[in-house]
Design a protein around this ligand. Structure first.
Ligand code: FMN
Length: 228
């Protein structure tokens, strides 16, 4: 697959087939992805790849916690940093709402349907049934410059996955559950959970996978100066 095809065919897939992804395939994807650049070549990342019983254990623990929180109203887990501002301004707020409504609209989940919204949100924690989760951590001592590097690694992983016929979904939804993930993966207290990538074979019959997301036009994003 050439690069253009990989970029154009990558999208966030939110329903997967049970078809397993062998450890050797995950290792091959990671081996190549570790060529990603990082500021001063610090390579500030660690990736914990999980599947099978570990993946299930993490999902069970997170969903059990979410059910208790729904019952008691008392949050049991907290993020290690602010991930997105609470008072999201425009145009960020409108764009975030649009993707939410588009996805929930496809699934037939109406505004105010708390039960189905809760269940759909929980699908993040089963990795949308993907057989593999890549839990991306960064050393806690590092700052924003090194967080940039994580994005490079994650995008490379998602593109290399396409070469293997696999799809992905990057997920921020996990970040408050770092203690549960740490327990199951053996990640150290010095490691901070940044994001997760679900990895697997797309369920092409799933309605949510028909979602296509827009982008702003070039003229709104890029300015050109000094060209003849
Ligand atoms: C850092 C990051 C975090 C994301 N977190 C989630 C998430 O928690 N759950 C989810 O369903 N999608 C998540 N997404 C997917 C975005 O919604 C998606 O990338 C965006 O809507 C563009 O769609 P596309 O990936 O299909 O091109 C995340 C994407 C990124 C880059």
């Amino acid at each position: 697959m050439d690069l253009v095809e990989a970029i154009e065919s990558r999208r966030s897939v939110r329903a997967y087939l049970p078809t397993p992804v062998p450890q050797e395939t995950v290792a091959a994807i990671m081996e190549l992805s570790l060529r990603s650049p990082s500021g001063t070549n610090m390579q500030p990342w660690t990736v914990h790849a999980v599947s099978g019983a570990v993946k299930q254990g993490i999902a069970d623990d997170v969903i059990a916690s979410r059910l208790r929180v729904r019952e008691t109203g008392v949050q049991e887990h907290h993020g290690e940093r602010v991930f997105y501002p609470d008072d999201l301004g425009e145009p960020w707020r409108a764009r975030r709402r649009a993707i939410g409504w588009d996805l929930y609209g496809l699934l037939g989940i109406k505004k105010g349907d708390r039960e189905r919204t809760f269940d759909q949100h929980n699908r993040n924690y089963t990795l949308f049934d993907a057989p593999v989760g890549l839990f991306v951590f960064i050393d806690k001592s590092l700052e924003v410059g090194s967080w940039l590097d994580l994005g490079m690694l994650m995008q490379t992983i998602m593109l290399v996955a396409r070469e293997h016929g696999l799809h992905t979904c990057p997920q921020a939804a996990w970040h408050i559950y770092h203690q549960i993930v740490r327990k199951w993966t053996g990640a150290g207290e010095n490691e901070s959970l940044a994001a997760v990538i679900a990895l697997g074979y797309e369920d092409t019959l799933a309605i949510e996978n028909t979602l296509r997301t827009p982008r702003e036009p070039l003229e709104k994003v890029v300015t050109f100066s000094g060209f003849d």
